[in-house]
Structure formats: structure tokens, C-alpha cells
Design a protein around this ligand. Structure first.
Ligand SMILES: *Cc1c(COP(=O)(O)O)cnc(C)c1O
Length: 229
């Protein structure tokens, strides 16, 4: 089932890229494996998936040693400062940085471990109260402050779009995140690169790709519905 789902998703990624005149290799698929058993991650790995997204620190720590070392792990969920130390040197990208305090903690722990932590700034583009993320208005000054910290490198922006009836309803949010990244890039802030845009999930990733996503985060579309019991 996972193999077939991956083929379907891959075909959709390809046709979105074509519609947007983009190269397929500009978009990386992250298989969002939260709540899924390791056996399913291994199945996806066997199909060629190397990027996996998780949203809980404990689950990441359990799963990481059980998969091959060439997996790139993405922390896509809200991250508490006291848990940064457990994962900062084990994930290739933290997508969900939305405060200077969290960035300071990441910077400190990365320094201790002698690495540079790659991060994205999470932006709550739709201004939903239930969501984490900085506001569009504050994003640029947050990036400027974080850029001054050692051992941390800002690679771009991430957003979780609202749950909408139609994926088209999210197009302007994706467009806005892309525009924001261009605006920030134009400021030429040292240590900041806005090349990465993490946006689009199972319901709306084709639209996100058309609007410039470089990472799409797909869970249900690959692994099926999650059971949270
Ligand atoms: C769960 C999750 C996803 C994947 O959602 P699907 O709708 O299952 O594709 C993507 N991004 C984040 C941040 C998530 O928490």
C-alpha cells in the first residue's frame, strides 16, 4: 500500500512541477511518519524515501536508532526548549522555530555539540489562534535576531496552512509565505538564506508546489489515516 501511495504522490508532485514550470528536483518529499510504527517507515525506506518528518521528541528518539543512518530526520512539531538537547544533533532540519528564546536554546545546545543547527522559521500566515508560529509582521525581525546567534543557520520558512474545504483556499497563504521569503532574502542578512520553503500537506501540496514549496510534508497520503488512540 505504501509503495502505491508513494507512486500516486510522486505523480502528483511531478504534474504540479510541470504546471509551475519547475524542476522535479526542486521539491523534496518528507514522509510524515508520526504515530506510524517503525515497520511502516522501513517499508517507505525500502521504496526510496530518505526524508522523514516527526512532531514529537520522544518518538523521534525511539525511531532514529531503528532506521538506517542515511535517513534525514525533520522535526516538524512544536519544540519545547528543555527537549532541544535530545535532538539538536540528530535531525537535519528543525522546521518549527517561532521564538528567539527557542532559537537561543538551539544555538546553545548546538554550540556545545560542535555543530551548526539548520532551522526554518515557522510563520502562522493565516493568523490562526490555535497555531504556533510567528506573525508575518514579526518574521523579519525574528530572523534578524536569530541570525546573530552562533551555531544556528536560518534556511527558510515553514507554514501549516489552515484546514480548508478546498486546497485552492490556501493558495494565497502559500503565495504570501513565498513573498515573505523573497522580502527577507532581499535584506541580505548575514547567515540567512531563504531558499527553503516548507509548505503543503496531503490535502494541499499540489497548490503549495505551484506557489514555490521546496519541501512538502505528507503523512496521510503515504501512510493512511492516523489513529490517535
Ligand atoms: C501531521 C503533519 C503533517 C502531515 O499531515 P497530512 O495531512 O497527514 O499529510 C504535515 N506537517 C505537519 C507540521 C504535521 O504535523
Amino acid at each position: 500500500m505504501i509503495g502505491e501511495n508513494l507512486k500516486t504522490v510522486e505523480a502528483e508532485i511531478c504534474s504540479s512541477c510541470r504546471r509551475a514550470s519547475r524542476n522535479r528536483d526542486e521539491v523534496t518529499l518528507i514522509a510524515v511518519s508520526k504515530t506510524m510504527p517503525v515497520s511502516m517507515l522501513k517499508e517507505a525506506y525500502a521504496e526510496g524515501v530518505r526524508d522523514f518528518g516527526e512532531n514529537k521528541v520522544q518518538e523521534l528518539m525511539d525511531k532514529i536508532p531503528q532506521l538506517p543512518a542515511d535517513v534525514r530526520w525533520h522535526m516538524i512539531g512544536h519544540l519545547q526548549r528543555n527537549k532541544v538537547k535530545y535532538i539538536v544533533d540528530k535531525v537535519s532540519l528543525i522546521h518549527s522555530v517561532d521564538s528567539l528564546r527557542l532559537a537561543e536554546e538551539i544555538s546553545q545546545e548546538a554550540s556545545k555539540k560542535g555543530i551548526t543547527a539548520n532551522i526554518l522559521i515557522e510563520v502562522n500566515v493565516a493568523g490562526e489562534e490555535s497555531k504556533f508560529g510567528t506573525t508575518v509582521e514579526e518574521a523579519c525581525s525574528l530572523v534578524e535576531s536569530i541570525a546573530k546567534l552562533p551555531a544556528i543557520s536560518v534556511k527558510g520558512l515553514m507554514t501549516i496552512a489552515p484546514y480548508t474545504e478546498s486546497p485552492e483556499d490556501n493558495r494565497h497563504y502559500f503565495h504570501r509565505l513565498k513573498q515573505l521569503s523573497v522580502d527577507i532574502q532581499q535584506k541580505n542578512i548575514d547567515n540567512v538564506n531563504m531558499a527553503t520553503l516548507s509548505m503543503g500537506m496531503t490535502r494541499d501540496f499540489p497548490v503549495a508546489i505551484e506557489e514555490g514549496a521546496t519541501y512538502v510534508r505528507i503523512g496521510t497520503g503515504i501512510f493512511g489515516e492516523r489513529d490517535y488512540q
